[in-house]
Write a protein that binds this ligand. Structure first.
Ligand code: ATP
Ligand code: MG
Length: 298
């Protein structure tokens, strides 16, 4: 549908990341709105190209209602080289922004968020892709209140090597990611369990309203963070949380990745599978001053 990059005109900046900038763009011919992620090749560092090409390869491969759709990838030579991804526009922004706006979410909304993310991971893991960077700013919301996984900047395909060049956001990384000795030499270690850990951190953050592995007011010291992830006591889950919520978070935040819940197990967990929802995610959220409201106010 989109044949030329020049058919797109930039309307606004949606976000900045490590590698580049995401713009809201207008496609004249179809008069539709898209998101355009532009990654610049850094001339000084030839290694920077490899992760970008991998992101492009993965985006072309994936096709799921739980993953932000990429419609086209363009490679340009302007400004030392750019890779441009034309993606579906997620009108509600990211879960990061939703949390900043609402501070915390209800368990019903969180349960829906968890279910969507787990279904996205079920699809990815089934295609041998480890996302590697599940965190609120990489979970995007559309006008229907649907939540989808985005940003494959540090993802990898199991069995393709090159895992060591992938960096993610430390704060959401599992013990075996921040301390690779925990899984080195284990043939069964594929990295899927690391995505489940990140879901646990995100889910707990949604309930408490701030990053949960460091106490409020504590200085976010890098070494303390890593130590906390690997050896810290089991998290403080608010007393008001339901037993299902507690049990779900514990299965995700099991430090030993071999004992951690799998995506399949967690999709069957009563916290996501057994709750009496008001029909759809959209109505669940709109009754709950939740994500959908946010989508329309954004
Ligand atoms: P980081 O390195 O910080 O994780 P990144 O460079 O990999 O970021 P993305 O995570 O893909 O880039 O996007 C950065 C931000 O841009 C997102 O957090 C989100 O706020 C916004 N954004 C990205 N894609 C879209 C989209 N399809 N629709 C709406 N907003 C988007
Ligand atoms: Mg990101």
């Amino acid at each position: 549908i989109i044949e030329n990059l020049s058919d797109l005109s930039k309307l606004a900046v949606l976000g900045h990341g490590n590698g580049g900038t995401v713009y809201k763009v207008h496609h004249q011919r179809s008069s539709s709105i898209y998101a355009l992620k532009v990654l610049r090749f850094n001339n000084q560092n030839n290694n920077a190209a490899a992760p970008m090409m991998r992101e492009a390869e993965i985006l072309k491969r994936v096709d799921s209602q739980f993953i932000v759709k990429c419609h086209a990838v363009f490679h340009t030579i302007s400004g030392g080289g750019e890779l441009c991804f034309v993606m579906e526009h997620m009108e509600g922004g990211s879960l990061y922004e939703a949390l900043r706006a609402h501070e915390r979410l209800s368990e019903d909304v969180i349960s829906r968020v968890a279910q969507c993310v787990l279904k996205g991971l079920q699809y990815l893991h089934g295609t041998k892709i480890v996302h590697g960077d599940i965190k609120p700013s990489n979970l995007l919301i559309n006008a229907k209140g649907e939540i989808k996984i985005a940003d494959f900047g540090v993802s990898w395909i199991v069995g393709s090597g090159n895992v060591e060049c992938c960096m993610g956001t430390c704060a959401y990384m599992s013990p075996e990611r921040v301390d690779p000795e925990r899984w080195d030499g284990d043939d069964n270690a594929d990295g899927f369990a690391g995505d489940v850990w990140s879901v646990g951190v995100v889910v707990l953050e949604c309930l408490v309203g701030h990053y949960p592995l460091i106490r409020m007011g504590e200085k976010p010291d890098w070494a303390a963070l890593i130590w906390g992830i690997c050896f810290g006591e089991r998290l403080e889950i608010p007393e008001s949380a339901s037993p299902e919520f507690r049990s779900f978070v514990r299965r995700c935040l099991e430090k030993d990745w071999r004992k951690r819940g799998s995506v399949e197990e967690l999709l069957q967990h009563p916290f996501v599978n057994n709750r009496s929802f008001t029909t759809s995610f959209a109505s669940a959220t709109s009754n709950n001053h939740g994500l959908l409201d946010f989508a329309f106010h954004a």
